[in-house]
Design a protein around this ligand. Structure first.
Ligand SMILES: [Zn+2]
Ligand SMILES: [Zn+2]
Length: 337
């Protein structure tokens, strides 16, 4: 086996990721060494490299939509076997004892650690992860197709859960998460309405192709009042914009980790028991539930592949909105023996 690996390293804000050779990491107690097959590129990775997330590990290997195969493990790993395909999500570890962990809300753990932020992630040929936070994945199939499920899919699904039984769901920002949520909504026979940047007719066409009841610009009005709005774009002004289209009792769910300032708005657009909430991280139960649902939909991701060394290009294309669906880094490694 190799003793070194290639990785893309984030060293400081304002500088591109750098391709480096690093010693192969070793799995400690409770951890597994994973040969990465594919790793999705998430908007959170852009917030990381733009310095919008506080106190990252530096330097750090980004990437928290990891699909790979177990190569070896440290002591006290009983649940996984060598060669098994696993997914590693954003939630990389929790304390298990704080009031949030103790009440089934490990996504809010006071001492949580996150993959590709405080723990080295999947923009690399290998990674080490805590076995308790890895999800078993189907052995067959394309790793690149599975990668976006690990964050875009999971966070989108949690956002949808917070929207409750909403029949008419608005989606602001039609990127990776939205294109997965759209397929779940269609499967559940609910309606969705897609809002994009003004003039982004390519994304509007993409949304219609996935079954949108209506697609238009974020400054347009949908043809019906919405029961819920999911906001995946990091733009604060979308919050009052979405509130104005909500039916009484409706909810705006902000699904991103970072958002620009929300402008002031009149109380009357919140009145009528409308509410605003955010989605933070994920619980392992969210992951198990969503990964069980995904093949039954079945979810098919629109994937744009980049080799590991072109991660900076993938991030720039994500920033510009240059593609529909999700960008995924593929490592091209040989199968684990
Ligand atoms: Zn905790
Ligand atoms: Zn993410």
């Amino acid at each position: 086996m190799n003793t070194t690996m290639r990785a893309m390293l984030f060293e400081r804000r304002g500088t591109p990721l750098r391709l480096v050779d690093l010693p192969l990491p070793q799995p400690g107690t409770g951890s597994v060494l994973i040969q990465v097959e594919a790793c999705g590129v998430c908007r959170t990775d852009l917030h990381l490299v733009d310095g919008e997330l506080p106190n990252p590990l530096l330097p750090v290997i980004p990437g928290h939509e990891i699909v790979g195969r177990v190569v070896s493990f440290g002591d006290q790993v009983a649940e996984l076997r060598v060669g098994q395909r696993v997914g590693v999500p954003w939630l990389g570890g929790t304390c298990g004892t704080c009031r949030f962990c103790a009440s089934g809300r490990e996504n809010l753990c006071d001492n949580a650690r996150f993959t590709g932020y405080q723990i080295n992630g999947g923009y690399a040929e290998y990674t080490v992860a805590d076995a308790r936070y890895c999800f078993p994945l189907p052995d067959a199939g394309d790793a690149a197709q599975l990668a976006p499920l690990l964050c875009a899919g999971l966070i989108g699904y949690r956002a949808l859960r917070l929207a409750g039984e909403a029949l008419r769901v608005g989606i602001y920002g039609f990127g990776a998460a939205a294109h997965i949520v759209a397929q779940v909504l269609k499967f559940q026979k609910r309606e969705f309405y897609a809002f994009t940047r003004p003039g982004d007719t390519a994304s509007q066409d993409f949304a219609r192709g996935l079954g949108a009841r209506w697609a238009g610009s974020a400054d347009q009005s949908p043809p019906a009042k919405l029961d819920a709005a999911l906001i995946f774009a990091p733009a604060g002004p979308l919050v009052p914009a979405a509130l104005r289209h909500l039916e009484k009792g409706g909810r705006v769910v902000c699904a991103g980790i970072h958002m620009s300032e929300i402008p002031a708005f009149p109380y009357e657009i919140l009145w009528g028991e409308r509410s605003i909430c955010s989605v933070a991280n994920l619980t392992r139960d969210d992951g198990l539930e969503f990964l069980d649902l995904a093949p039954r939909v079945p979810i098919s991701c629109e994937v744009h592949r980049f080799p590991l060394a072109r991660a900076n290009e993938a991030l720039e294309q994500l920033r510009r909105g240059a593609f529909q669906g999700a960008a995924v880094l593929t490592m091209g490694g040989r199968p684990v023996a």
